[in-house]
Design a protein around this ligand. Structure first.
Ligand code: PAF
Length: 271
């Protein structure tokens, strides 16, 4: 396992490697990341994992400060997984060069998380675009738990004709149903249970929602969820994940997209 803190040294190392599988992370590695890394290792070539808590994608400074970090544990996990290359840049290393490609921010960035997290997706695309220019990976591995993020990265890659293919990976869940997330580290036991009840509730309700698509807003779902112990619901919306339109007929496949708060901790999921 080789660790690089400087892009120049990393680029020198990977100059002659054609197929790099890239797993970008902000650390706080969990089963979801491990599954991305295992998937990436099942491809030919070398796996490169980055750890960088990107300040530009946090719309609140406090959230950036409180984001769970544990580099020592992360490096142990990566060593155990036998990852080939690790990139651990600081802000100067990634932000102090002129990019070739301008960010393409699709209008879907204004929906869902884009409504309440101003600048978030611009920040994500900024860093991912930079990583793609530094590393030029053949593949990038992203989890569909962050559906909107991977959708927007995909559009950026297509519009800017970047030679990297996204491998969308399924959401990995804890035994109690909640999606693995670094932010789960900040949940106490009671909040963990409430989050699990939210997912169970939504899974049960999905069939009823399908029947009552046009009355979705009136199903008292928000009220029920708040009664489970949520602090706030940022959004709960239905989208056909292929067309990104609201589902209209009962035969259409759709997902429930949700973002909610347990105290100050914001979690997202799609079911
Ligand atoms: O999903 C994440 O952890 C981050 O948004 C990413 C893709 C590493 C960019 O900072």
């Amino acid at each position: 396992m080789k660790i690089f803190k400087s892009k120049h040294k990393l680029q020198k190392e990977i100059l002659n490697i054609k197929n790099i599988s890239f797993v970008p992370t902000m650390g706080g590695l969990h089963k979801g990341h491990i599954s991305l890394i295992k998937k990436s290792k099942s491809f030919k070539g070398k796996t490169l994992v980055s750890i960088f808590v990107n300040p530009k994608q946090f719309n609140e400074k406090k959230d950036f400060i409180n984001y769970p970090r544990n580099l020592k544990k992360d490096l142990m996990i990566l060593k155990r997984l036998n990852v080939d290359l690790i990139y651990l840049p600081n802000s100067k290393d990634v932000f102090s060069f002129q990019v070739k490609n301008k960010i393409f921010l699709d209008k879907f960035s204004k929906k869902l998380c884009g409504k309440s997290r101003r600048g978030h997706f611009k920040g994500v695309l900024n860093i991912v675009n930079r990583f793609l220019e530094i590393i030029k990976p053949k593949y990038i591995f992203l989890g569909i738990k962050d559906f909107q993020q991977s959708y927007l990265i995909n559009i950026h890659i297509l519009k800017r004709k970047i030679n990297t293919k996204i491998i969308h990976c399924k959401t990995i869940r804890e035994k109690n149903g909640i999606a693995c997330s670094t932010r789960n580290n900040n949940l106490n036991r009671n909040q963990f249970k409430i989050a699990s009840n939210v997912i169970k509730y939504l899974r049960n309700k999905k069939r009823l929602i399908k029947k009552e698509l046009s009355n979705f807003k009136f199903l008292n779902i928000k009220k029920d969820l708040m009664n489970l112990g949520l602090t706030k619901i940022d959004y709960i919306e239905l989208y056909n994940s292929k067309t990104l339109k609201r589902p209209k007929n009962k035969k259409e496949k759709f997902k429930i997209f949700i973002a909610f708060y347990l105290n100050k901790i914001r979690l997202i999921d799609n079911i």
